[in-house]
Design a protein around this ligand. Structure first.
Ligand SMILES: CC(C)(COP(=O)(O)OP(=O)(O)OC[C@H]1O[C@@H](n2cnc3c(N)ncnc32)[C@H](O)[C@@H]1OP(=O)(O)O)[C@@H](O)C(=O)NCCC(=O)NCCS
Length: 183
């Protein structure tokens, strides 16, 4: 069964393989990483780990049993108990609910591990799959996103308020029978 893990130096080769194999697929929906990303991968990866170490970001990878990466889920710009969520899932597992289930899991981790109260995510108007992922994970649209933030495309900011309770976090979509076990 795939496992969600904090990004570690040992994941570097699998992350590189994931980004390369899905480059064209991702570029159809979000800005391409650019050739420099691949040429300078080792340095950029080290910089990500440093940002994570500093608590500015938290990066997660969904790792398959064969150690390949199925998806990346990132909490970036963590500040004032708020972060921006970004994610991408491999083409060969698309449409199976992987992004939806893992975004829900990341919301739980955002509370339990990072004490976050609010997550924000931006999706372009064309990215229907991402809009569905966000709404099914309890996010609501809160306003237009600056195209400069979205590779020049128009889009919408979504937000989810994470409910903190003393002993457990009860989050929309987590209650019994509400969306769990989908696919
Ligand atoms: C967006 C993305 C993460 C979705 O991953 P996924 O694991 O395929 O998503 P899910 O299987 O959880 O599907 C979510 C919903 O989108 C729908 N969907 C998937 N691809 C779609 C498409 N091309 N057009 C319309 N709907 C689509 C699914 O049917 C599902 O809806 P349903 O449950 O009502 O049937 C993936 O396509 C991806 O990595 N895209 C490139 C990067 C990206 O866009 N990241 C998000 C930036 S905001």
């Amino acid at each position: 069964m795939p496992e969600l893990k904090r990004l570690h130096v040992r994941h570097a080769p699998a992350v590189m393989a994931f980004e390369l194999a899905n480059r064209a697929y991702f570029a159809a929906s979000v800005s391409d990483r650019g050739d420099d990303f691949f040429a300078q991968f080792t340095d950029r990866y080290k910089a990500l780990l440093a940002e994570q170490e500093a608590g500015i970001c938290a990066f997660y990878v969904l790792v398959a049993e064969d150690s390949s990466v199925l998806g990346r889920f990132n909490l970036v710009d963590i500040e004032d108990h708020t972060a921006e969520l970004g994610y991408r899932v491999a083409q060969h597992v698309a449409g199976r609910g992987v992004a939806t289930a893992t975004v829900r899991e990341v919301c739980r981790l955002a509370v339990a591990q990072h004490r976050l109260r609010t997550l924000r995510a931006a999706a372009t108007h064309q990215n229907v799959a991402s809009q569905k992922v966000l709404t099914k994970a309890g996010f609501v649209p809160v306003g237009p996103a600056d195209p400069a933030h979205m590779g020049g495309m128009a889009g919408t900011w979504y937000q989810r308020d994470l409910v903190l309770q003393p002993y457990s976090a009860i989050l929309p979509g987590d209650r019994l029978g509400e969306g769990r076990g989908h696919r």
